[in-house]
Design a protein around this ligand. Structure first.
Ligand SMILES: [Zn+2]
Length: 651
């Protein structure tokens, strides 16, 4: 299969390609429903597998344009295409005729004889149907559908309130003391002459909390930040949570978390146990961390107690004082091109693959580089990777990876997968290269972990291809990649000063690691707090009130709550039904990423034997087996949290 010629994608085409795919997929589904003879995998599930592939391909051509295309018109058409694609897929489990066809098939001898991926595929379909309420009487199904529709509206309203919220503070130049010129210069003008506007958006808010010396203004800005869309969104969140519980109970689950986590590695009890196992130790460590921050603050403000609006400021001051790591100085060792080449070399050696840039790739923008990935042993091209790494107006504003074409077996051959990364690293100019901050280099490796997962897949069916694992496993193969970016042995291979070509000094790496680990207990407890808040709403005996839960749980952060604020109103994850009862997943998959990395640490961080084992047992397998079994197969033992615990100071 050739690569898509994205230069030919117009707004019309972006939408058409998804419409055509839906038409073709509907025809396939029609053939499934119309089967008159005995049902087999070939006449019942195989056409649906093909429909999935058609839709995924169409997303990769049309829907994905919403994220990256330079023309606004094409992006809008892409967004419409993406919405259609999402709705069509989400609607499948609710279709009665499809349910009946697959249910009929599940009772045949052919179905009973299934093994491997096909057996799992059938199981997953039956599970999807049950979770959609297909086993319930028609009247109850209708009620659930009504609740779901209401829930969608509430989630949309919550997100819109948040994204449209406009608030901030007007400050004088003097009140911006502590902030760098580059920050001050890009602020909008305030209402009064000579004043600047600091809004509650992240690019304004985060540096202000880290660096602004004016304490009352930090408090005031945080108050506003934590009250974004407060009145409306706390009400909406309580309504959404209530609806989720109603849906879960109608479907026969005791809590919403139990329903949401049925398809994941963890269950609510496992998450409870996990938090229970780390919180006491973290609190003990955090007490000492907090004392050090308190002491630092008293140098400025004797007798004052450290508050939620002080912590980021003194954390940042402490890092500067103790480690003196200057982000810009570190960046001089990470010119983008060298970092990308280093990443290819390291992954190439570990996973036995090679990368070759495709000439004239006909991508959606001239900044995009496309690489063919080939297997080092056979020399065959096995996948492609699109790297779209620089910012443009209207482009996706964070960093993420998308599967543009799923690796699947089709018509007796293996279809080569394609993955893309969109990120926003500074674009090089004639005079200056793109220098990555270290956290950007870590992001590059993280996203590339998702690329490897998608491109080195050997899965046969689209449902399990690449990153289609349990949702609380999927960040393990990306988080594991971050580890390499802190290893002197790895960094010395490619991190070189862009002017002098000197390798990055070991001492600098040691300081970077120490700076990363500073206040790790406080930072981890903050993550635990987010996860607990999520669970307070979605697990337990019944939903907690979205406003009160913050005040009940704030002591997990080791700080008192910021009185008068409404944390949950701007906790965006809570408006996404795919993410709720799932916040724990970030730490959870880090446990397993760290556990897997410990095998590399034991055998050599660049050991190609371990690398190949990782490729075979984790990357190649996608979601064809449960995350726990993937881990057991790779590790050769039961997974454990030792590596993670030692990273957070509890080892
Ligand atoms: Zn990720």
């Amino acid at each position: 299969m050739t690569l898509t010629d994205y230069t030919q994608i117009t707004a019309e085409r972006a939408l058409d390609v998804v419409n055509e795919a839906i038409d073709n997929a509907e025809a396939l589904l029609g053939s499934v429903i119309a089967v008159a003879d005995s049902r087999t995998y070939e006449n019942t599930l195989a056409p649906i597998d093909r429909a999935f592939v058609l839709l995924n391909d169409a997303f990769g051509v049309g829907g994905f344009m919403s994220q990256v295309h330079p023309d606004e018109e094409v992006r809008s058409a892409g967004a419409a295409a993406e919405e259609k694609y999402g709705k069509w897929l989400a609607g499948l489990a609710f279709r009665r005729d499809l349910y009946e066809a697959i249910k009929d098939y599940s009772q045949t001898d052919d179905a009973a004889a299934l093994v491997g991926e096909r057996q799992r595929n059938l199981e997953y379909w039956l599970r999807d149907f049950r979770r959609a309420g297909q086993d319930l009487p028609a009247a109850e199904r209708d009620e659930i559908e009504e609740l779901r529709n209401k829930l969608i509206e509430i989630n949309v309203a919550f997100e819109r309130n948040l994204s449209e919220w406009d608030d901030g503070i007007d400050v004088t130049a003097e009140q911006l003391a502590g902030l760098p010129d580059s920050y001050v210069e890009r602020l909008a003008k305030g209402k009064r002459e000579g004043e600047s506007r600091v809004t509650v958006t992240y690019p304004d808010y985060v540096p202000f909390m880290d660096q602004a010396q004016n304490r009352p203004l930090r408090q005031w800005l945080q108050f506003k930040f934590m009250n974004r869309a407060a009145t409306a969104n706390i009400r909406l969140l309580n309504e959404a949570v209530e609806l989720r519980w109603q849906i879960a109970r109608k479907l026969g689950y005791s809590t919403f978390a139990e329903y949401a986590m049925e398809t994941k590695m963890a269950d609510p009890k496992a998450v409870d146990d996990f938090y229970g196992s780390i919180v006491p130790g973290l609190k003990a460590l955090a007490t000492a961390e907090l004392e050090a921050l308190q002491a630092l603050m008293e140098e400025d403000l004797p007798g004052e107690e450290i508050q939620p609006w002080d912590w980021a400021y003194y954390d940042s001051a402490q890092r500067k004082r103790d480690y003196g790591v200057d982000d810009n100085e570190v960046a001089e060792y990470f010119p983008l091109e060298t970092a990308v080449q280093g990443m290819f070399d390291i992954c190439g050696d570990m996973f036995s693959i090679d990368f070759e840039e495709v000439e004239d790739p006909k991508a959606w923008h001239e900044d995009v580089s496309v690489y063919a990935i080939s297997d080092r042993v056979t020399g065959d091209v096995i996948a492609h990777y699109y790297a779209d790494l620089h910012p443009r107006p209207g482009k996706f504003s964070h960093a993420a990876c998308w599967r543009l074409r799923a690796g699947v077996e089709q018509d007796g051959a293996y279809r080569r997968p394609i993955a893309a990364v969109a990120a926003n690293f500074t674009k090089p100019t004639a005079g200056s290269p793109s220098l990555l901050k270290h956290d950007e280099a870590v992001t590059l490796f993280h996203e590339f972990g998702h690329v490897l997962h998608n491109t080195l897949t050997e899965v046969k069916l689209p449902r399990f291809s690449g990153t289609a694992t349990e949702r609380d496993f999927v960040e393990a193969p990306s988080q594991i990649m971050e580890n390499w970016m802190w290893e002197p042995e790895v960094l010395s291979r490619f991190a070189r000063h862009y002017k002098t070509a000197d390798p990055i000094p070991d001492e600098l790496i040691i300081n970077m690691v120490a700076a990363r680990d500073q206040n790790v207990a406080l930072k981890t407890l903050r993550q635990v707090f987010y996860g607990h808040y999520d669970m307070a709403l979605h697990a337990g005996d019944g939903p907690s009130d979205a406003h009160d839960a913050y005040y009940d749980l704030a002591d997990l952060t080791m700080f008192p709550p910021h009185e008068g604020t409404n944390f949950g109103a701007s906790f965006g994850h809570m408006a996404n039904d795919g993410y709720v009862a799932g916040y724990y997943g970030y730490l959870w998959s880090k446990v397993y990423g760290d556990d897997m990395f410990s095998l590399f640490e034991a055998e050599g961080v660049l050991n190609p034997d371990v690398g190949m084992r990782y490729r075979r047992e984790i990357l190649a397998k996608g979601g064809t087996i449960d995350g726990m079994d993937l881990l057991r197969n790779f590790l050769g033992r039961e997974p454990n949290s030792e590596a993670f615990l030692s990273k957070i100071g509890l080892g």
